[in-house]
Design a protein. Structure first.
Length: 381
């Protein structure tokens, strides 16, 4: 095979994919088309959908020929291959004369029939499938999650995914699946009322800080993503966190949102296992594809209407991570805090876990010292 085109929907995922390929296939030429269009003849080219579409439509070589000919690539790998991608960027796949390989983390039963039709396949019969349960229980290459009972329940709008027919589900996926630049969904008024309520957000943050899986130092939670409803909501959560925990001086909890200053730097810092920020609040950038094995907690402060998107969001916590909790203490699980009844909406009933009481080492030392002082008050001493 001469040339491969790898397509992803965000520049961060393009960068991540190129780095991953470079680790496994180090002795080959690679090009991130977003950064260097001069290397377009590399064996592996990585691009977002809009960038490759622009290269097809408008870019020309010095002799006036097209930047990429229809036969330039032998294989096109489509990351997050589902209905919304084909609807919006079908021209890419119609232009290139190449084999197509679609990848998705979506369970086969929730991939829409139109996606199977695009690949000339029967409904619910992918070329290959690797189930989450098999990856956890048989091969031990992913970790399970537990739904944590939360003190606060934000009212929902009464819709359930199971009651929608196939056409309605496809409409939901088209409207609410991840698409960069898509208008943010405005939730029902009863949801808006609660997600911008100081008491609600403070309880949510307190739940996480007290009951989330801790970093190996035991003094605070490990790497955590909070999924916010929209940008204003995300900023509100960060503001409330900084009010509640001023001792962290604004470094512990950061925004990772498209078009927000320092978003990429905050994400790069989040990927450093033992450095701040330990909590990122996002709307769009961390919901799909981003690989941070150290993530131990996910917080849904967002109503999710797309089943595809929901499964991908859960996937942010599934990665293995060796020595995460200390030497020889690997990551075994992650926690999900769901304030928006998303599991109820999708009629899912995951294993729950009542939050245990965890004591930080500094607290444990203080308690032992107080106990010693009490004992030393005895007349014997």
């Amino acid at each position: 095979m001469e040339r491969v085109l790898f397509l992803a929907d965000r520049k961060e995922l393009v960068k991540q994919a190129k780095n991953a390929f470079a680790r496994y296939i180090p002795k080959t030429t690679m090009c991130n088309l977003l950064l260097n269009k001069e290397d377009r003849n590399a064996k592996f080219v990585f691009s977002t959908y809009p960038t490759i579409l622009n290269a097809i439509d408008t870019m020309k070589n010095s002799d006036g020929s097209r930047f990429f000919s229809p036969g330039h690539f032998d294989l096109i790998v489509i990351d997050e291959a589902h209905r919304s991608i084909f609807n919006k960027y079908r021209a890419i796949f119609e232009y290139f004369d190449a084999c197509l390989l679609g990848l998705t983390a979506t369970p086969k039963k929730t991939v829409h029939q139109s996606t199977y039709e695009f690949f000339d396949m029967k409904n619910n019969m992918p070329t290959d499938v690797y189930e989450y349960d098999e990856a956890i229980n048989k091969d031990h290459v992913l970790v399970p999650f537990y739904l944590i009972e939360t003190a606060t329940r934000i009212p929902d709008d009464g819709i359930t995914y199971e009651k929608l027919d196939e056409e309605e589900r496809e409409e939901y996926e088209d409207e609410f699946c991840e698409d960069e630049g898509m208008p943010e969904h405005i939730p029902p008024e009863n949801i808006n009322k609660y997600i911008f309520n100081i008491d609600t957000v403070d309880k949510m943050i307190s739940d996480l800080m007290n009951n989330g899986i801790k970093h190996k130092n035991g003094n605070h939670v490990g790497k955590t993503i909070i999924f916010a409803q929209n940008k204003r909501h995300a900023k509100f959560i960060v503001e409330r966190f900084d009010k509640l925990y001023p001792q962290y001086k604004g470094a512990f909890c950061k925004l990772v949102i498209c078009d927000e200053p320092y978003a990429e730097k905050n994400l790069d810092d989040f990927k450093k296992p033992d450095e701040c920020p330990f909590i990122t609040v996002t709307v769009d950038m961390l919901e799909t594809g981003v690989d941070v094995p150290e993530i131990t907690n996910l917080v849904f402060a967002k109503k999710v209407y797309s089943r595809i998107k929901f499964d991908q969001m859960i996937g942010r916590g599934t990665r293995l991570c060796n020595n995460l909790l200390g030497e020889g203490e690997d990551k075994r699980e992650f926690y999900v805090f769901d304030y928006m009844r998303n599991f109820q909406f999708f009629d899912e009933h995951p294993k729950g876990k009542e939050p245990g009481m965890t004591v930080a080492p500094v607290t444990a030392r203080f308690v032992r010292r107080v106990q010693l002082i009490r004992l030393l008050q005895d007349l014997v001493y």
